[in-house]
Write a protein that binds this ligand. Sequence first.
Ligand SMILES: *[C@@H]1O[C@H](CO)[C@@H](O)[C@H](O)[C@H]1NC(C)=O
Ligand SMILES: *[C@@H]1O[C@H](CO)[C@@H](O)[C@H](O)[C@H]1NC(C)=O
Ligand SMILES: *[C@@H]1O[C@H](CO)[C@@H](O)[C@H](O)[C@H]1NC(C)=O
Ligand SMILES: *[C@@H]1O[C@H](CO)[C@@H](O)[C@H](O)[C@H]1NC(C)=O
Ligand SMILES: *[C@@H]1O[C@H](CO)[C@@H](O)[C@H](O)[C@H]1NC(C)=O
Ligand SMILES: *[C@@H]1O[C@H](CO)[C@@H](O)[C@H](O)[C@H]1NC(C)=O
Length: 728
Amino acid sequence: MKSPWLVHSIFLLQLCLLAIWDWELATADELPAQRSAGCQSKCGNVDIPYPFGIGDQCAIHHGFDINCKAVDGTERPFKGPFEVTKISVADAKAWMKMNISWRCYGQTDTRNMREYMLMQNFINTPFRFSETDNKIFVLGCYTTGYMTTLSYVLGCFSTCYSEREPPRNGSCSGAGCCKVDLPKDQVYFKAFFNEYYNTTVGCSYIVVMEEKKFSYKTTYAHSTTFWDDYKGQVPVVMNWTIRPYSCKDAKKNTNSYACVSNNSVCVDDGIDGSHSQAYRCKCLDGYDGNPYVKGDDGCKDINECERIADPCWASGGTCQNRPGSFECLCPQGEQMVNGTCKENQKSKSSSSWMIPVIVASVGGVVLVIVMACAYLIRERRSLQLIKQRYFRQHGETELQEATDMFNDKRVLGHGGHGTVYKGLLKDNTEVAVKRCMTIDEQHKKEFGKEMLILSQINHKNIVKLFGCCLEVEVPMLVYEFIPHGTLFQLIHGNHGRQISLATRMQIAHQSAEALAYLHSCASPPILHGDVKSSNILIDSDYAAKVSDFGASILAPTDESQFVTLVQGTCGYLDPEYMQTCQLTDKSDVYSFGVVLLELLTRKKPLNLEGPEHEKSLALRFISVAKEGKLEEILDDQIMNDENMDVLEEVADLAKQCLEMSGENRPSMKEVSERLDRSRKVMSQPWAQQNIEEMESLLGESSMASSEVLNTGNLSIEKAAAKGLEWGR
Ligand SMILES: *[C@@H]1O[C@H](CO)[C@@H](O)[C@H](O)[C@H]1NC(C)=O
Ligand SMILES: *[C@@H]1O[C@H](CO)[C@@H](O)[C@H](O)[C@H]1NC(C)=O
Ligand SMILES: *[C@@H]1O[C@H](CO)[C@@H](O)[C@H](O)[C@H]1NC(C)=O
Ligand SMILES: *[C@@H]1O[C@H](CO)[C@@H](O)[C@H](O)[C@H]1NC(C)=O
Ligand SMILES: *[C@@H]1O[C@H](CO)[C@@H](O)[C@H](O)[C@H]1NC(C)=O
Ligand SMILES: *[C@@H]1O[C@H](CO)[C@@H](O)[C@H](O)[C@H]1NC(C)=O
């Protein structure tokens, strides 16, 4: 308990140093609000967008001045002593590299210093540490590291080993590594280690760094690999704002007001705008560019219609760009009702006397069509010939009307063997109508045979077949309409929405269940044959519906039935199937493995523009997984410590699905069960357990390791003392 005195002296020293470390003072008033001609816009490979600039004359004011220095023969931008690696105007963020603070013990200390403690001082600059992107990490075995800011002491205790949660790659949870959240609005950090916890072999480290770029390795606690992996410098995310005025005050001085672009707005920093001392500029929704500059580089309209995922797809309209937005125009004779194109009220009312008749007949038609299919099985066609023909032809006309004579504007997609149209039955039921592509007799027979099987299937994750018209010239199938597009559009579409891991796991599990059902519950078993993300539809609540059985076959019972034509989609094709031409249930497993990868990485299965070794997602994944560098390929949106277990488990499952030999792949049923288990693990309350663990570790001194001590400036010493009191 002698520690408080020690800490006193540290703090006094620190407060003196603060004054020396101030590098600059923002003086917004006098400087021009537009970049002068002849200013460099790049330093080395790094873009330096306005309001930043190289040299005072090129930046909006002194705080945004970047120093472009030659280091080892290449030009690199610096802000004060810190290298800048990226500046984003849209997010108002800058990425910088900062030294790692360390202390080494024993013989492993090859450097001539015992410790190095970095101070990060951004007082009177436009920068703040982003509390959402960064965390404080402490690495070591039996190490207490902490950071002091101007008003907090934040630290945690990293043990050597924990029975409950042994050190694991990718997980920073107390053993060998611990982490602490940052408070908001911090401009200053200074690192310390508590001298009384020093049994570490090797080195202890403490850093503030971007959480996404950190991945724990078990070797970090006992060696210098952490320092080596990052070459002594870790990435930190800084937010920046224009200071020291609020939007309201800044607008009064038109010479220095920074939001000069057309279609830009000023946003006050902080929750309470009235006391704001800072602001940033933003392009209006629907606009993109640099809000801090006038003219062509400023905020410009985004053409939403050119996005990969057509924003009007679901409504059935045609996309038309508008300044700041877009509009979905319905085909002639239709109008937008609740986000979908529906036939005009007028034309409906003129034939309103027909509605009851038609509604009744549609119901009847669908019913009878299904019955008609059943008749095919029983080969009792002749008896009911006349009746059937009547209904089938009636059905065909109905479907022609429902799809506006198979209007191109109604095309939802092109599946195996046919084109899918959106249709609206007279009773306002939305349906998807698939029309066979060929009219060759053999093809029609297969189309029919498969559909007869499918009409018996009833699974909540398989798209439902309402009916079929098989005996007409061009066979047609009527499915339920799934409103939210395909999994492919959800993953790869440019809609800006985040897709949580829970959602992805739900989609993966439900699709796996559906395929497992086809493989093992249907009799005879059905092989899908073309499993891919664009054949998995997304219903409301992100429920998955497997669709498009165009390439499906019934499991062959004898040799003669082997498919001789290789079907399927590049990027998803089972390599074994390509050699043997024999479609097996394991071919579906392989393709499903690729879908799992898409969910994990948000990358497309084939990337023809990429470098040679990155063209095929499956191959790239396998090589990355072999090297144990999964984090290189996983999607940033879902990669965090809490998820790492599940991600590793699913990645492992995907790896097994992608085994070269079908025999070594798990069955669809196993895949589905393992996904189910992972989902259950995810929904368990781990947080609770962590707290319990910390309490047991720290014994009676129950200051939980990651507790943030919120103290005022005046009681810093007290807080620090408390932080250290949980000694031995
Ligand atoms: C970072 O560490 C290097 C030595 O490893 C030192 O030369 C440099 O000045 C340090 N940078 C800062 C900002 O302290
Ligand atoms: C963690 O990864 C490192 C290197 O990447 C490896 O040496 C170590 O054995 C791994 N530890 C575990 C527990 O898998
Ligand atoms: C930094 O930016 C993030 C958004 O990217 C925001 O949530 C956070 O509050 C900001 N922090 C500060 C200190 O401005
Ligand atoms: C470890 O801590 C003890 C006090 O408990 C101190 O005497 C000793 O010098 C420390 N050793 C190192 C290497 O810092
Ligand atoms: C910005 O708006 C002004 C006035 O509304 C207009 O005259 C000017 O052409 C616009 N500039 C650009 C680049 O669109
Ligand atoms: C539009 O949708 C809402 C709910 O989704 C429904 O309550 C409303 O009746 C619909 N309006 C029309 C005109 O269909």
